[in-house]
Design a protein around this ligand. Structure first.
Ligand code: ADP
Ligand code: ZN
Length: 800
């Protein structure tokens, strides 16, 4: 006979241990300890101590028939849960959707600085007046202890009768002690904020609300109507922010690994959300406003109203370092509540991050501006999420977990009942399609706020230029040259964009502009030097490299592209007197280098600024009247179905940089394919026309937004092993492939070798993201990978 020992029932917690191994264990909760999901705890682990995050809590009877006693956890690191139930739910959703571990998601939710206990708040000694002394005592002090008298006088007039000890003079310590003995003052520990902006050099002048145009007012009204529903209608049917996130697919907690008995949880994160019909007021809002239409002004006024209603505001920008103007405008408008504004960026020290994070969580900072990961800012009572430049690729994280900040924002807004506004001059086609399907609400600003018309865009046919100049790789047209000369004479400024080359190189004929394309996918074929072939990166179609242009028979067909250095050299020769500066990746790596350069440009110490598309983002220079795009084609002929969309976005954003002051702007676009739709629609400022035609192509060739698309990549220093691994995975993925999934061929990546590693990749497409992720994860789980091969799965991939 074997007796199951009777265990006294007690509540238990399922804990995810910090660290890369994804350990999950159950612990008993000691009597009276208020452990909730989302709490951070100290636990025993084998014969050591560890810290972890509580994923779920089970009630008393759950442990009753386990048959053994759970080890109790030690203590809570913080008295309250650091992760709210909503954010925990969001974390589970992200883990499931992107095929990432829950630990990797919790890691971005609770940043390293907050997990590490020795970053805890910095304090300093302060002196408080306990009871104001009567006249007699005062008079005595004045006579016998003038120092103590001074301290009392200072405290009497100090705000809250409180002063830092250090403000009372160097030798105040003993005097304070004596006063404390007399019961007149008290010495306390006061928390101080490590203010990341404390040494900020730029002075910010407060601004007030502008009078809105009719369009702006209509947009503001719609946003506020939507956010009011969020506060007054509990239990409203959830909207379905269908883009990346398909929230009707429920998030269930990751199955526990390690020595974990089955544990029925009373508070499992990831309650299934049923999709419901969304009414107008609850849907995410796409604010499509042409560049300079005053979107930011609308954000500012909406944010103010939401703050006044007692809720908090989250503002996401594509990249803090490139959006100084947006950040400045928020700080200036909320100058009256400066201490409630938190700016999260990657340059914060651990201590600063710790302080900012807790200020946000405690509701002291009620407006948070930050890049991608700020989408997890622990704001309580979130009322409004603004995603500026929602189309930007930098919202997608390129490390695990590979989430899309915009899509996570949409889901978070949904979970928390907050209004989500996606703002842009060039909506992503995913968001645009959502407005067509009625899932997002569309608001538009069609006019520039300053009444200026959009700048004139001239398209220069470089095929004619290369004939005129008898050169294969000319990149300065006569038109652009004379336009720059003209600006130099008038003392106006010029920005020149050099489209980043990217990795893929396509073949283009300089005589007729023909680009070698895949007959099946309508995308540019990529040249592979190793075997001198053209390959389609979607379907694997291969072609020999033509020695003459297949279209016009010209033998001059060449690989596209030239380097930034070469461009700068040529420009210096052509314009010897001009002050020319170049922004490149190196400039961005150095702290403050970018800011200094942009400040010099703003101060008109630079005439011509050369840069890649990174400087197209949100910059505003009133004296820039000419913008040139040197090689509009480069981005167009990459093996990426979003190529056309990117070029359209780039041209539109870039054009928005010209003529933003009182001077009129001009844009010159140099291209070998002047009739390309992206270029023509951008030239006519016609987003709708572009979207219609581009969506037709996407539908026809089965690309997003009409399907979900993921990329599986293998990497290794051993080329054969990387290739073999991906081939094996491909074979296994093919076995019992769920219906509706289209599996691409394993191929060398467009960037075949990077950081010493060879890369191979395959694309998967299907109607449901979760089905793709699940299938890949199941195959990965039963495939043992060679040690020196890394496999990366990227759901909703943006780069190929
Ligand atoms: P966007 O964010 O759409 O690019 P901005 O908000 O930067 O546009 O506005 C462009 C310019 O127009 C800014 O200088 C801004 O101060 C100004 N502006 C915006 N709204 C108004 C308004 N209602 N009246 C006057 N000027 C405005
Ligand atoms: Zn193809």
């Amino acid at each position: 006979m074997f007796d199951v020992p009777k265990i006294a029932p007690m509540p238990a917690a399922r804990v995810l241990i910090d660290g890369p191994s994804e350990l999950v264990f159950d612990y008993a909760i000691p009597d009276g300890l208020p452990v909730q999901p989302g709490c951070r705890v100290r636990v025993p682990l084998r014969n050591k101590n560890a810290t972890g995050t509580v994923l779920a809590v089970a009630s008393d009877d759950a442990t009753a028939d386990l048959g053994f006693a759970l080890r109790p956890l030690h203590s809570l690191t913080d008295p309250e849960p650091l992760i709210t139930p909503k954010l925990l739910e969001l974390a589970h959703w992200i883990a499931n959707y992107y095929g990432a571990s829950i630990e990797s998601v919790i890691r971005v939710l609770v940043p390293e600085a907050v997990r590490t206990e020795d970053n805890s708040a910095k304090t300093r000694k302060a002196v408080v007046l306990e009871s104001p002394p009567d006249e007699e005592t005062l008079a005595q002090l004045a006579k016998r202890a003038p120092k103590q008298h001074t301290i009392i006088t200072l405290l009497t007039h100090a705000p809250e009768h409180k002063l830092p000890l250090t403000d009372l003079g160097t030798a105040a310590g003993t005097s304070v002690k004596s006063l404390e003995k007399k019961g007149l003052v008290k010495l306390i520990d006061q928390e101080v904020r490590r203010d990341p902006e404390a040494d900020g050099t730029d002075e910010i002048l407060p601004t007030t609300d502008l009078k809105l145009s009719d369009e702006q007012q209509a947009a503001l009204t719609a946003i506020l109507a939507s956010s009011e529903v969020g506060t007054t209608a509990p239990g409203r049917p959830p909207a379905e922010p269908e883009n990346g996130p398909r929230i009707s697919e429920s998030a269930s907690p990751t199955p526990a690994k390690g020595r974990t008995p089955p544990l029925p949880t009373s508070h499992a994160a990831g309650t299934p959300i049923k999709s419901g019909l969304a009414t107008a007021a609850q849907r995410p809002i796409l604010l499509h406003g042409v560049t300079g239409s005053g979107k930011t002004e609308v954000y500012l006024q909406a944010a103010r109203k939401v703050l006044e209603s007692g809720r908090t505001v989250l503002v996401l920008v594509p990249e803090i370092s490139l959006t100084p103007q947006t950040v400045r405008r928020f700080r200036a408008r909320f100058a009256d509540i400066q201490d409630q504004v938190a700016v999260l960026h990657s340059n914060l020290s651990q201590g600063e991050r710790f302080d900012e994070w807790h200020r946000i969580r405690k509701g002291k900072a009620r407006i948070v501006i930050g890049a991608r990961s700020a989408v997890f800012a622990p704001l309580p009572d979130l009322g409004l999420i603004l995603v500026d430049e929602e189309h930007e690729n930098s919202y997608k994280q390129d490390q695990i977990p590979r989430y899309h900040g915009r899509d996570v924002a949409v889901l978070r807004g949904h979970l928390e009942g907050a209004t989500v506004v996606l703002g842009t001059a060039t909506p992503s086609l995913e968001s645009w399609q959502n407005t067509i399907d009625g899932k997002y609400q569309l608001l538009r600003l069609t006019q520039r706020a300053d009444g200026q018309s959009l700048p004139l865009i001239r398209v220069i046919d470089m095929r004619l230029e290369s004939k005129k100049q008898k050169s294969k790789d000319t990149f300065l047209s006569e038109r652009l040259r004379s336009a720059i000369t003209d600006r130099l004479e008038k003392n106006e400024q010029t920005i020149l964009f050099l489209n980043r080359r990217g990795f893929a190189r396509s073949l283009q004929c300089p005589a007729c502009g023909h680009v070698c394309q895949c007959p099946h996918c309508a995308l540019a074929l990529t040249y592979h030097r190793t075997d001198d072939r053209l390959i389609c990166h979607i379907c694997g179609h291969q072609a020999v490299v033509p020695r003459k242009c297949p279209e016009c028979r010209d033998p001059a067909i060449v690989l596209q592209g030239f380097g930034t250095q070469k461009v700068e050299d040529v420009f210096r020769k052509v314009f010897p007197a001009a002050r020319i500066a170049r922004i490149d990746a190196d400039a961005l790596r150095k702290k403050n280098a970018l800011r200094d350069l942009l400040n010099a440009f703003r101060a008109r110490k630079i005439d011509v600024l050369i840069g890649t598309q990174m400087i197209a983002k949100g910059l505003h220079f009133p004296n820039v009247t000419l913008v040139g795009i040197l090689n509009a084609d480069i981005g167009l002929h990459v093996p990426d179905f979003r190529a056309g969309e990117r070029v359209f976005q780039l041209l539109t954003q870039v054009a928005g940089r010209a003529g933003r002051g009182s001077l009129e702007g001009e844009v010159i676009v140099q291209t070998f394919t002047p009739h390309s739709p992206s270029i023509q629609f951008a030239r006519h400022h016609d987003f709708d026309g572009f979207a219609e035609q581009e969506l037709e192509m996407r539908r026809q060739f089965y690309f997003p937004p009409f399907t979900r698309c993921a990329v599986l990549t293998s990497r290794s220093t051993h080329e054969r092993r990387a290739e073999f691994t991906l081939e094996t995975l491909h074979r296994r993925l093919k076995e019992d492939l769920p219906p509706g999934i289209e599996l691409g061929e394993p191929l060398p990546s467009p960037l075949v070798k990077a950081h010493g590693q060879f890369r191979f990749q395959l694309m998967l497409r299907g109607p449901k993201a979760r089905t793709l992720t699940k299938h890949v994860q199941q195959v990965l789980a039963k495939t043992s990978l060679p040690e020196d091969v890394t496999v990366v799965f990227d759901m909703d991939a943006l780069s190929f």
